[in-house]
Design a protein around this ligand. Structure first.
Ligand code: HEC
Length: 203
């Protein structure tokens, strides 16, 4: 009897600690924090956008859209890693969307909250916020997330447009690499997803 009481007390403590560990709180960044996070996030997101579009355009010109798919799936990760390495405030860079091609780009709960803000604006035909910042406190640590919207340009339709308009080569390659692809059916100007830059500010 005593022992089971002891065990359940122990279980309660573990449960409590477990919950504590999981718990994260979002709060409003101060204006000074928001300004710093925006500068760091903008630089990283800008670098990713520029290099990705340049790499895509070059690959499509030299090897066609089929070759560009490989560039996109292999290079995107390398590019994000090199951006992380180049700044000590940048913890991670990710692209995320509800309709993802690669399941690794699926949103977590905070990403989903940011995506909802953009999807709601897009549905109402409102202008998309140029950026969105979250302040997250977890396990005694504070980090920030800076998001920037990615729109579907004409170039993107070669691989994200109407599935019936994709070339056979592209369709076949996408089917082989991404059997659960959700990232087609976009039109020019559609909201495609977010670039997310995870930022730490030094104390
Ligand atoms: C040559 C084909 C191709 C073109 C052109 C292309 N993409 Fe992609 N896109 C891909 C592939 C392949 C992936 C999956 C990459 C991976 O495995 O991480 C992807 C992934 C993404 C993702 C990450 C989320 C997800 O769905 O997994 C975003 C966001 C994205 N593309 C936006 C764009 C935008 C915006 C453009 C135009 C500027 C564009 N893409 C042009 C092939 C392409």
């Amino acid at each position: 009897m005593k022992k089971s009481l002891y065990l359940s007390a122990l279980a309660a403590v573990f449960l409590f600690l477990g919950c504590q560990e999981q718990k994260s709180v979002e709060s409003q960044p101060t204006p000074a924090e928001a300004q710093k996070v925006a500068a760091i996030g903008e630089a990283a997101a800008g670098k990713l956008k520029q290099t990705l579009v340049a790499e895509l355009t070059a690959a499509m010109q030299s090897g066609g859209t089929g070759a560009a798919i490989e560039v996109c799936s292999n290079k995107a990760l390398q590019l994000t890693e090199s951006i992380v390495d180049s700044s000590e405030n940048v913890l991670a860079v990710k692209r995320t969307t509800f309709k993802y091609r690669n399941p690794q780009n699926a949103p977590d709960e905070w990403d989903a909250q940011a995506l909802q803000v953009y999807e709601a604006a897009a549905q109402k035909g409102e202008a998309l916020p140029p950026s969105y910042i979250q302040k997250i406190q977890r396990e005694g640590e504070t980090t920030f997330r800076y998001y920037q919207p990615l729109l579907t340009a004409g170039l993107c339709l070669n691989c994200h447009g109407d599935p019936n308009m994709l070339t056979q080569e592209v369709s076949a390659q996408l089917a082989a690499l991404y059997p659960d692809d959700k990232a087609t059916g976009y039109k020019e100007g559609d909201f495609r997803g977010l670039i997310r830059v995870s930022v730490a500010l030094e104390e």
